[in-house]
Design a protein around this ligand. Structure first.
Ligand code: FE
Ligand code: FE
Length: 217
């Protein structure tokens, strides 16, 4: 038995098979995105998922238009690749408690999905042109651009999260270092802790020291 079944003999057959596969994948993604929106805590990530859910629903409508233009009835073919990506994403997410780690995992899973879609749509655009179906290629290229833009946005979110994490670590290290320095509070935050008795005594001692030195001078 061949991988694609016995009904595929031409590039046109392969093109239609690809359309059916991505049509199935887009429905799976549209059903999964609301769960990812509910799990995401990063505001930008959630907003990105919400926008892409609307785009994904439009992409299914666009695919129906491609089917129509090509004279084929819109239908789905199960795609084990997208099923596997979504299954792995769910398994990983269910094992994570920390919300920042969960955001990182969701970003990674979403990028896996986008890379899958970029490969699918990129190939379909090329095949449509080879088959002289520029009308179909234009629509598929529109979706391809959306998938690439989503992938870029996810990269930016991932990089911003890493930068933010590094900033927090640096701040913690600096605070810890300051606390090891003598009189760190007086030197760095002389106005802080007004209710702290030890701080007040230190400030008074320092003031008395300066007054004495002035008087002595
Ligand atoms: Fe899509
Ligand atoms: Fe997508």
């Amino acid at each position: 038995m061949s991988f694609f079944g016995s009904s595929m003999h031409t590039l046109d057959d392969l093109f239609v098979h690809g359309l059916k596969t991505i049509y199935y994948a887009e429905r799976q993604i549209a059903e999964t995105l609301p769960k990812m929106i509910a799990m995401a805590t990063n505001r930008d990530l959630r907003a990105g998922f919400e926008l892409h859910l609307t785009e994904t629903e439009n992409q299914r409508v666009r695919l129906e238009q491609v089917f129509r233009q090509h004279g084929v009835e819109a239908a789905e073919t199960t795609c084990p690749a997208i099923d596997g990506i979504i299954k792995a994403a769910k398994a990983t997410a269910s094992d994570i408690d920390d919300k920042h780690v969960l955001d990182a995992a969701l970003t990674f899973s979403a990028q896996l999905v986008e890379h899958y879609e970029i490969a699918q749509y990129g190939t379909l655009v090329a095949w449509a042109r080879e088959l002289d179906r520029e009308d179909c290629a234009v629509l598929l290229a529109e979706t391809l651009a959306e998938e690439k833009a989503t992938d870029d946005k996810l990269t930016q979110i991932a990089e911003a999260r890493i930068k933010n994490a590094n900033r927090i670590i640096l701040t913690m290290v600096c605070c810890r270092w300051r606390h090891t320095q003598p009189n760190w509070q007086l030197r760095h935050y002389p106005w802080s802790n007004p209710g702290d008795l030890a701080g007040r005594v230190n400030r008074l001692r320092r003031a008395r020291f300066y007054v004495r030195r002035l008087l002595a001078g």
